[in-house]
Design a protein around this ligand. Structure first.
Ligand code: 5GP
Length: 191
């Protein structure tokens, strides 16, 4: 997606440890126009499958998950990372190791928001080692749902997330694929 790639080049900052910071439009401040453009792109890419619900993870997945769900005309559910008194035994859980925060999050979705047989599109801002996406797949499958695809805004293709997800049989569709962040410079995988 050229618009996204250009915005990454114009506004992205490369941090220690192969982290890309794009908090001016995706991860802190949100650019609604850019977000809706990404949502529409996911609708185009996944136009061949039926999507009943979008599943993402707080916090950075929510904006992109919401616009994608809006464009599909379906509801969006986000997995929570923090314990809440509102969450109880009536929830599905899975562990996701956070690459940026270096902690394992016990992520949770209330059972009442996923119904067996639903076709789920998983959406997230970044794909690195695949832990967040695999945990979301596990939650969807615990509920008896089918994961019809995984839409990612930015894939760091030099990490092994996509490989793991594809090996597990999932369809992965990134809007921008980063080949390298070496020397503080962003280079993309050629389309
Ligand atoms: P994974 O679970 O695939 O290892 O990492 C994906 C999650 O980690 C995403 O939900 C995202 O929030 C975070 N993440 C991984 N790499 C980056 C990065 O380079 N920049 C930012 N902003 N978030 C990242």
């Amino acid at each position: 997606m050229d618009l996204l790639k250009q915005k990454i080049i114009d506004e992205g900052q490369v941090l220690e440890g192969d982290i890309l910071k794009i908090d001016s439009f995706l991860n802190h401040q949100i650019d609604p126009e850019m977000s809706y453009a990404m949502g529409r792109e996911f609708v185009n890419i996944f136009s061949d499958v039926k999507v009943d619900k979008v599943l993402t993870i707080e916090a950075s997945g929510i904006a992109i998950g919401l616009v994608t769900a809006y464009e599909f005309g379906v509801k969006m559910v986000f997995a929570r990372k923090t314990k809440s008194l509102l969450l109880n035994d009536d929830s599905y859980t899975a562990d996701a190791y956070s690459y940026t925060k270096q902690v394992t999050n016990h992520i949770t979705v209330l059972k009442k928001f996923l119904t067996a047989g639903e076709n789920i599109l998983i959406v997230d801002d970044f794909l690195a080692n695949g832990s967040a996406a695999l945990a979301l797949c596990s939650i969807a499958e615990q509920a008896g749902c089918k994961v019809v695809g995984i839409g990612i805004a930015v894939e760091k293709a030099f990490q092994d997330g996509e490989e793991k997800l594809k090996a597990a049989g999932y369809r992965v569709e990134p809007l921008a694929r980063i080949k390298s962040l070496k020397g503080g410079r962003v280079t993309f995988v050629e389309d």
